[in-house]
Design a protein around this ligand. Sequence first.
Ligand SMILES: Cc1cc2nc3c(=O)[nH]c(=O)nc-3n(C[C@H](O)[C@H](O)[C@H](O)COP(=O)(O)OP(=O)(O)OC[C@H]3O[C@@H](n4cnc5c(N)ncnc54)[C@H](O)[C@@H]3O)c2cc1C
Length: 318
Amino acid sequence: MSVLVFADSSEGKFKKTALEVVSYGKKVAEQLGTNVVALTINASDSSELYTYGAEKVVSVSNDALKTFNAKQYAAVVTEVAKAQNATVIVVDSSIDGLYVAPIIAVNLDAGCVSNVVDVPSSTSPFTVKRKTFSNKAFSNTIISTEHKVIGVAKNSYGVHENVVAGSTEAFDATVVDSAVKSEKIERITGKVTIADAEIVVSAGRGLKGPENWGMVEELAEVLGAATACSKPVSDLGWRPHSEHVGQTGKPVASNLYIAIGISGAIQHLAGINASKVKVVINTDPEAPFFKAADYGIVGDAFEVVPKLIEKLKAFKAS
Ligand SMILES: Cc1cc2nc3c(=O)[nH]c(=O)nc-3n(C[C@H](O)[C@H](O)[C@H](O)COP(=O)(O)OP(=O)(O)OC[C@H]3O[C@@H](n4cnc5c(N)ncnc54)[C@H](O)[C@@H]3O)c2cc1C
């Protein structure tokens, strides 16, 4: 028996979520009295994972797996899980993770729980705490199958160093056929993506028009943040759909979320509940967003944001 962690990477480099799931897997392995094995696909240097407790890394290198494909990746994870005799399989709960986890579960006839926020409170019965109802509540879920697939919610367990003397072995994985083919992949370079950002600066219809986004981008640049928006803003074509946050958009689990001129409709909040600190700037003191906010500024964005930028620049220069 072992715990297998899929440590996802992008262009060869591990995402922070990969280090988080390895940290998580190490702890679960300790609870079960077993070892943790990390699986990497086309990562350039797997040794970084030893720092977070991966005693063994199974490294798959295959050009046919350069682009994420849920069915193919799930097949690789399944094959490695069987080869390593893993009964607990840990992935992240990113968009890719949410696609891949259920397929692994079907392949292994396993129980599958996503958005898990903590290590098991008990390993017998195997009980995990997860976010539910669009992050509004928690539930404790028992997984009673022999194989268990866990999707760890981003920024929930954290990255914990646990240095071990690990080793890496190459694995020649089978690439299965998939009916889904990628025709075009566009990568945005030089910008922090919403999914990976520690800080997100987001704006809504209160900004009145796309011509006013300069100050949002400037604030994001000063803070090293990603930019995001509400749904109507992307529907109106003021911003690209890739920036739309919420129930029907992207989820955000940043450490800081700044919402400017966004009302705080339930569908928007559903996508940002997992963010740790929420700051709201809105002219309307009755805007629902203030109820969800940790800090609120009642004021006109066109006055508040330039002042904020000025103060932040002065603070950085000091
Ligand atoms: C099925 C469904 C799914 C949906 N999914 C999503 C989703 O995923 N994401 C999402 O965002 N929405 C979603 N929506 C839409 C959602 O219900 C709201 O309509 C939307 O979030 C409102 O966007 P907004 O806050 O930018 O605009 P508005 O509701 O127009 O709010 C603008 C806010 O800006 C403030 N404001 C105005 N002027 C200023 C100023 N000068 N300075 C500061 N503040 C100012 C106003 O007080 C107001 O609070 C969905 C709706 C449905 C029905």
